[in-house]
Design a protein around this ligand. Sequence first.
Ligand code: FDM
Ligand code: MG
Length: 239
Amino acid sequence: MQSRFFVIIDARGAFVFFSTSSHFSSHLHLNHQPLHQVKAEMWRFPDRTTEIGTMINAYLARSKELDDAAVHLLFSANRWEKRAELLRELSKGTTLVCDRYAFSGVAFTAAKQKTGMGFDWCRAPDQGLPAPDAVLYLDLAPAEAEKRGGFGEERYESREMLSSVREAFDEIAAFVDGRCTRWVRVDASGSVEEVGERVGAAARAAVEAAAQGGVPLRSLWDGSAGVVGWPLKEEEKKV
Ligand code: FDM
Ligand code: MG
């Protein structure tokens, strides 16, 4: 079974669609239907469990102030510190479904509109990380997002910020779609069941398209084969 890599960008307060356990021999389920009998793992970024993730968590929870550029680099470093494990799982044939990735990194920092921190600057630190086969972007109007549970507790959860983030995502979509990944916009308005149906259909299509392709792992952001540290050496596959 060829391994695949997908990213979901979940609107704040949206629902959980995946009933994958974190064990790596679990099966990927979408909308409560087994999608494929594939070995799948659910990941998320930021990974708040590492030391870097602890700093990010404190920043998001507003208990710590950090420089905008520094925190952007921490989010990126949080992906880099998981790179070896991510590549190892892919080399073992595990399909990874990941909640947020570098696309959120670029969108949230670019949305701050700081001088000198445009899209090029925001993309730079993630250059060379593996690109996912597809991005499922769950799009929701900020006015709708704020009605959902838990909204407003963390940094960035304001209508103004999310409007700016949404515009940034449109630019990112235009830049990455067809270059290093496939960008699939999913309407995240409506009930749990409705959104679940849409995500299920989009994910099914993405998995099927990726399963046919035999496409090699590509790199952020240019789609080249230059993924840092890939393919793994024999001894790196073990660990
Ligand atoms: N976020 C997430 C960033 O600002 N940069 C990143 O690189 C990533 C992965 O952190 F507001 C933001 C996006 C969101 C917050 O929230 C994480 P969740 O609920 O854990 O996805
Ligand atoms: Mg989330």
